[in-house]
Design a protein around this ligand. Structure first.
Ligand code: SF4
Length: 465
C-alpha cells in the first residue's frame, strides 16, 4: 500500500468503489436515514429559518470566540472545574497524561470523543500501559476491530450483524448471535463492568455554553452519562469551536442536530455538565477537567474565506448525502472527520500539502451544502482548497494551465493545436509505453484521454455547407 495519504486514499477509494456489497450496505443505511429525516425535518415550522438561526448563532460564537471561551472558563472555574488551554495535540496529550498520573489512575473509559481520535489518544495511553475502553457501542466494536471510526456519527455502519457477531465471538468468546438486541446486550454486560472499574472517564462535548460554564452532550445509549458519572475523575476534551453563547441557544441546536444527524426529534439523552460534585451532592466526579483544544482551529479562524467551517456541529448529514462518501466509505479518507466536512477541514488541521487530494473527493453537486443545518458552504470551500493547493503547487502544472488558457482564448492557436493533437495521437500509446508520460502519471491515471474526433466541428460545418 502507498505510504502517502494521497496514495492510500487512491488505493482504498478505488478498492471500495468497486466493492458492490459495501456500496449496498451504505446505500441501505442511508436509505433508512433519509426515511427518518424527511418527516422530522418537515415537523419544523421552517427548517430554512432554523438553519439561518443556527448559522447566525455560530457566526456570533466563532467571530467572538475569545470572549466566549473566556466567559466559559470564568463560569466553569467558579464551580470548581479545571480548564486547560491546549494549543496542539502534544499539549492536550501532556495535559491528559499529567492528570491521569497525578490521580494514580490505571483504567479509563471513554464515550465517543472525536477530538481524541484527532490527537491519537488511545494509542498513546495504551503505549503507556493504561487500559482504555470505548463505551459507545459503535466505537467499542471499532476498537475491538482495531479500526478507526468509519463515520463520526455511525462508527461501524459498514459492518453486518454477522461480522459483529464473529468479532464478539473472537474477541469476547461469546456464542454466535445475530440478533442486534442480543449483540447489544453482550456489549452492555462487558461495558457495565468497565464503568464501575474505571478511575477516569473521558468525554467530548457537543456544545460548550459560555453563559453558564457548562457542556452539553447528546447521545442515544446513555454511555456518556455513565462515563461522566461513575469514575471519580472526568476529563472532557473539546474543540474550541464547540462554543455557543447562551444556554437558550440549545433550544434550537439540540433538535436540529438530532434531526440532521439521525432523523430523531431529539437524541435519547441530553445532559448538561456544570462542574464536579458539589458539597452535599450524592454523585458525580470529584474532579472535572475541560481540555480546550485548538489544534490549528485558530488558523482556520484567521481565514475569513473559510472561517465558517468552524460552525460545524458534527451532525454527519453532509456525509450521508455525499455520493462520493457513499461510494468510497469513511475509512478511505484516512482522517478523523470524513466526507465533505472532513475534506474541507483536514487540509487546515493537518496540512494542505499532504491532504489537498481530499478536495478532489467531491462531485461538487452541492448536496452537502444544501443539507448542512448550519449552512456551511461546503462545496465552495472544497473549490477554495483546490485553488489554494494549485497556488501552492506552482511549478509545471501552473505553466501548463497558463499555456492552455492562452491557447483556448485564441481560435487560431486552438485550431492549430487540434491539428497537432490529431497528428500526435498515434504517438500517445507509444509515449505511455516508453514511460515518457511518467512525470504526469498521477494526473493521467485517474483520467481517460478522450478519443479525438476524425474531424472537428468547424471542419464538419464547412464540409456540410
Ligand atoms: S458540515 Fe454541516 S452537515 Fe456536515 S457535519 Fe458539519 S454541521 Fe453537519
Amino acid at each position: 500500500m502507498s505510504a502517502t495519504p494521497a496514495g492510500t486514499f487512491r488505493e482504498e477509494s478505488g478498492r471500495l468503489a468497486g466493492d458492490l456489497e459495501h456500496r449496498r450496505r451504505i446505500a441501505s443505511a442511508m436509505g433508512k436515514y433519509e426515511t427518518a429525516r424527511g418527516p422530522r425535518q418537515g415537523a419544523f415550522l421552517s427548517w430554512e429559518l432554523g438553519r439561518q438561526a443556527l448559522a447566525d448563532t455560530k457566526w456570533e460564537a466563532v467571530n467572538r470566540l475569545d470572549e466566549h471561551l473566556e466567559r466559559f472558563e470564568k463560569e466553569a472555574t467558579a464551580r470548581g472545574t479545571q480548564v486547560h488551554w491546549c494549543r496542539d495535540a502534544a499539549e492536550a496529550r501532556d495535559a491528559i497524561v499529567g492528570i491521569i498520573r497525578r490521580v494514580g489512575a490505571r483504567r479509563i473509559v471513554k464515550s465517543k470523543v472525536m477530538t481524541s481520535e484527532e490527537i491519537h489518544l488511545n494509542s498513546l495511553l495504551e503505549s503507556l500501559g493504561f487500559s482504555v475502553v470505548e463505551s459507545d457501542l459503535g466505537e467499542y466494536i471499532q476498537q475491538l476491530k482495531d479500526e478507526p471510526p468509519y463515520h463520526f456519527v455511525f462508527p461501524c455502519m459498514h459492518l453486518s450483524r454477522e461480522e459483529i457477531s464473529g468479532l464478539f465471538h473472537d474477541k469476547l468468546g461469546t456464542a454466535e448471535e445475530h440478533d442486534p438486541e442480543a449483540l447489544t446486550m453482550i456489549a452492555r454486560r462487558v461495558l457495565r463492568e468497565k464503568y464501575v472499574e474505571a478511575d477516569i472517564g473521558i468525554t467530548g462535548a457537543n456544545f460548550v455554553v459560555a453563559e453558564t460554564g457548562m457542556i452539553s452532550i447528546t447521545e442515544n445509549e446513555g454511555n456518556a452519562r455513565l462515563t461522566a458519572a461513575l469514575p471519580r475523575v472526568m476529563i472532557s476534551l473539546v474543540g474550541i469551536e464547540k462554543v455557543v453563547p447562551r444556554l437558550g441557544d440549545l433550544a434550537l441546536f439540540l433538535p436540529m442536530l438530532a434531526t440532521a444527524g439521525t432523523g430523531q426529534p431529539l437524541t435519547c439523552y441530553n445532559t448538561f455538565y456544570g462542574g464536579p460534585r458539589q458539597p452535599g451532592e450524592a454523585d458525580g466526579p470529584e474532579e472535572w477537567h475541560v481540555i480546550l483544544l485548538d489544534n490549528h482551529r485558530t488558523e482556520l479562524l484567521a481565514d475569513p474565506e473559510q472561517r465558517d467551517a468552524l460552525h460545524c456541529i458534527r451532525c454527519g448529514a453532509c456525509l450521508n448525502v455525499c455520493p462520493v462518501f457513499r461510494a468510497i466509505g469513511g475509512l478511505s479518507y484516512g482522517t478523523t472527520y470524513q466526507g465533505p466536512v472532513g475534506s474541507v477541514i483536514t487540509p487546515h488541521l493537518r496540512g494542505l500539502q499532504d491532504w489537498k487530494h481530499l478536495s478532489g473527493a467531491s462531485s461538487l453537486c452541492g448536496a452537502c451544502t444544501d443539507t448542512c443545518p448550519v449552512k456551511i458552504d461546503l462545496h465552495h470551500h472544497l473549490l477554495h482548497n483546490r485553488r489554494n493547493a494549485a497556488r501552492e503547487r506552482g511549478g509545471v502544472e501552473r505553466w501548463v494551465w497558463k499555456a492552455f488558457s492562452f491557447v483556448m482564448r485564441r481560435p487560431f492557436l486552438y485550431r492549430m493545436g487540434m491539428r497537432v493533437a490529431r497528428l500526435m495521437r498515434p504517438l500517445h500509446a507509444a509515449l505511455l509505453e516508453g514511460g515518457m508520460l511518467d512525470p504526469v502519471r498521477a494526473w493521467t491515471m485517474s483520467r481517460e484521454l478522450p478519443e479525438l474526433a476524425e474531424e472537428t466541428f468547424r471542419e464538419r460545418w464547412k464540409r456540410r455547407g
